[in-house]
Design a protein around this ligand. Structure first.
Ligand SMILES: NC(=O)c1ccc[n+]([C@@H]2O[C@H](COP(=O)([O-])OP(=O)(O)OC[C@H]3O[C@@H](n4cnc5c(N)ncnc54)[C@H](O)[C@@H]3O)[C@@H](O)[C@H]2O)c1
Length: 452
């Protein structure tokens, strides 16, 4: 069964339970988000990801896009051109939250607006899909979680790759012990282009007339209009979260999901601004080491993350989870599981101290070794390599929304990436920034979700 068929069949089961004989008619009539209802969505922040999110959401059945908010006039025009002249557009997201006919909002603004709009939306009774990282600063995490709990609404954080079959397969492989005890995770995401380094195109009509600059600034330092800051906000720590919040967060989300981990307890990051010195105040090279403590069935392990936006060398981006009996290597279209197991017998000879022994000691040693280790003890498990491809035609982004909508229809808060999961992924990457700027390791309690 395809995942989407599964979801829609779940919808059907729920639909029958919704019209059970026991339920009085007026309750059925007023039931919000009954399984058969169309879910009406609005997107707040209609830039690059706002478009991708909206299109991915609409690939699911029973979803209607009705409104969009953005601070730049050109993007509001683009929404109508792409999605229909009847889409309601506004610069003020509160107009969307005030509308009773909107069930869920997609938040794809720059990072510094995530917490405020999420909390306002939950308080206004909307379900929320919020882009990663869930918050811009560690102290914003618990207020979002509390608002979500109080609201009873469904919330999904948008690091969508874990809704792909490859990550789901990796999770099963690790739980089944296929690579033994994980001891090390490494991941890098290097780039070598201006757009890769976030210098996105700026429209020529950018001005205080076309952009609501004061609203964009939110509670950050007031300053005259600056198109670079508005359209390339990732380059400034007031609005974005640097390479850690932007890219490490995807890597860590995947690892937490497949390993069932709550997060690291010690985080150290180093780096610098090496090449893109056009005015940005965040590093373009960052390396982070995260120490994961023993937790449940997981032994302690280290995670090492790297981004280099000025890598003119060979770029070979990969994510590897390494264990005592193999590794999982994530590629673009699937994963490779490599299994190998050491033999019980350590071996001797070649580059070893054996050749330095006296003649008679070498003989004694051989005799001792042959008595101690059987033939079977000397054989390691042969190396096995298994390639697992993602499902043909699968759209993990649409699936991620599918999970969000499925939970809305069930009246459930148990999304695959709820705000507790989202904060456990965001906080360690935000701690990477704290470590970099404060030049010190950061201690974090991943269970209580608090700085130590
Ligand atoms: N999940 C992913 O794979 C993925 C990929 C890219 C971006 N993202 C995330 O999506 C978010 C947006 O990134 P982007 O690349 O689309 O940025 P972008 O600059 O292209 O778009 C952001 C838009 O938000 C608007 N905006 C800013 N403040 C607003 C406010 N208060 N109300 C309404 N609109 C507001 C801006 O006008 C802009 O059009 C970021 O948080 C980013 O981390 C996620």
């Amino acid at each position: 069964m395809k995942r989407r068929d599964f979801i829609s069949s779940l919808g059907t089961v729920a639909a029958f339970s919704g019209v059970s004989n026991a339920a009085p008619f007026n309750i059925i009539k007023n039931l919000k988000n009954s399984p058969n209802d169309v879910i009406r969505i609005a997107t707040i922040g209609m830039g690059i990801q706002g478009h991708y999110d909206t299109k991915a959401a609409l690939k699911n059945p029973g979803v209607e896009f009705v409104a969009a908010a953005d601070l730049y006039t050109g993007r509001l025009e683009r929404v109508k051109a792409d999605f229909g002249q009847n889409i309601f557009t506004t610069r003020d997201y509160r107009e969307i939250l005030n509308r009773k006919d909107i069930d869920a909002v997609l938040i794809a603004t720059p990072d510094h607006w995530h917490d405020k709009i999420t909390i306002d939306a939950l308080n206004a009774g909307k379900h929320v899909y919020c882009e990663k990282p869930m918050v811009q600063a560690i102290n914003e995490g618990h207020p979002v979680i509390n608002a979500w709990k109080k609201s009873g609404k469904t919330m999904q954080v948008g690091s969508q790759r874990i809704s792909g079959s490859v990550f789901q397969e990796a999770k099963k492989l690790i739980a089944a012990g296929e690579i033994g005890q994980v001891n090390y995770v490494e991941s890098n995401n290097d780039r070598f282009s201006a757009i890769g380094a976030w210098n996105y195109s700026i429209p020529t009509d950018a001005s205080p007339a076309t952009v609501d600059w004061d609203t964009f600034l939110k509670d950050t330092a007031k300053m005259p209009f600056d198109a670079n800051r508005f359209f390339r906000w990732r380059n400034y720590k007031n609005y974005g979260t640097g390479v850690a919040g932007d890219l490490f967060v995807h890597l860590i989300t995947g690892v937490h999901y497949v390993m069932d981990s709550k997060g690291p307890n010690r985080i150290f990051a180093s780096g610098g601004l090496r090449y893109w010195k056009e005015g940005r105040d965040v590093p373009d090279v960052m390396v982070a080491i995260l120490d994961y403590p023993k937790s449940g069935n997981l032994d302690p392990f280290q995670m090492v993350l790297r981004v280099n936006f000025a890598n003119a060398g060979a770029i070979n981006n990969n994510t590897r989870i390494i264990g005592s009996e193999g590794q999982i290597d994530f590629g673009w279209d699937g994963l490779t599981l490599t299994k190998k197991k050491l033999p019980k017998a350590p071996g001797y000879g070649n580059y070893d101290s054996y050749f330095t022994f006296s003649e008679s000691q070498q003989k004694d040693f051989e005799k001792w070794y042959n008595e101690k280790y059987t033939e079977a003890d000397r054989k390691g498990e042969p190396v096995k390599e298994i390639k697992i491809k993602g499902k043909e035609g699968e759209d993990e982004h649409a699936n991620h929304f599918g999970n969000f909508f499925e939970n809305i229809r069930k009246g459930s808060q148990a999304t695959i990436e709820d705000p507790i999961f989202g904060f456990r992924a965001a906080a360690p990457v935000l701690a990477c920034n704290d470590s970099y700027f404060q030049k010190k390791p950061i201690s974090w309690d991943p269970v209580a979700m608090k700085l130590v």
